[in-house]
Design a protein around this ligand. Structure first.
Ligand SMILES: C[S@@+](CC[C@H](N)C(=O)[O-])C[C@H]1O[C@@H](n2cnc3c(N)ncnc32)[C@H](O)[C@@H]1O
Length: 204
């Protein structure tokens, strides 16, 4: 089953930042690892669904010419809007995925701590939608918690394995921590290997 809207509404009714994402070193380190893993120095247009209070949004904004960040909960959208108030190139919208999905294409999609709220069929749908939204050579980054949580349908390691099944996505990197798994995939219809940062600069 997909986690119902009421769960997220309750979380934000009880606290402005329910997962304390703006407070903990654990999250700060993970966000820094996430942006450090981005293969390109800059992206033209990125999509970040499930942005919550916008802490990762702020770091992504520094690497993107345009960034669309969305959340299903209005107070999360408001918090991210405030956090990025000085960044005109960031658009924050209320949007519930997978039912609502942007029509434009992107060279970066970031799914951070989101996919385990969905059943396997919806997760597959979200991965396919992400792959379809990516331009050739674009990147999909995922980051998810590995410990067991009542509301989670799977772990970061499970998500990493299902990503390897999406035909248009080639894995560039995977980082496994006891706590979370981070993956980077390139959208590529080419038979050859994914374009690593060193190959992109002619070093390999
Ligand atoms: C655990 S927080 C992760 C926040 C952020 N991505 C990060 O890594 O810090 C999950 C967020 O996803 C949002 N969310 C859950 N289901 C969603 C859906 N179907 N569509 C859009 N946002 C959703 C929740 O409201 C919540 O803000």
């Amino acid at each position: 089953m997909n986690t119902p809207a009421s769960y997220f509404d309750r979380q934000y009714a009880d606290a402005a930042d329910p997962w304390r994402l703006a407070e903990r070193w654990y999250d700060r380190r993970k966000y820094n690892l996430t942006v450090a893993a981005l293969p390109h120095p800059r992206y033209l247009s990125a999509f970040e669904p499930g942005c919550s209070v916008g802490v990762l949004t702020g770091l992504l904004a520094a690497r993107c010419d345009r960034l669309l960040s969305t959340d299903r909960v209005p107070s999360a959208v408001e918090a991210t809007t405030q956090r990025t108030a000085n960044a005109d190139h960031v658009t924050v919208r209320q949007m519930t995925v997978p039912e609502q999905w942007p029509e434009e294409s992107f060279d970066l999609v970031v799914l951070s701590e989101l996919l385990y709220y969905f059943n396997s069929a919806t997760r597959t749908q979200l991965l396919n939608q992400s792959a379809e939204s990516l331009e050739e050579g674009g990147h999909l980054v995922t980051v998810h918690w590995n410990h067991s949580v009542a509301e989670h349908t799977c772990t970061g390691r499970d998500i990493a394995e299902s990503l390897d099944m999406v035909p248009e996505l080639k894995r560039l990197a995977r980082y496994d921590d006891p706590d979370f798994t981070l993956t980077v995939h390139e959208h590529s219809r080419d038979a050859g290997p994914a374009l690593s940062p060193a190959r992109a600069e002619g070093l390999a």
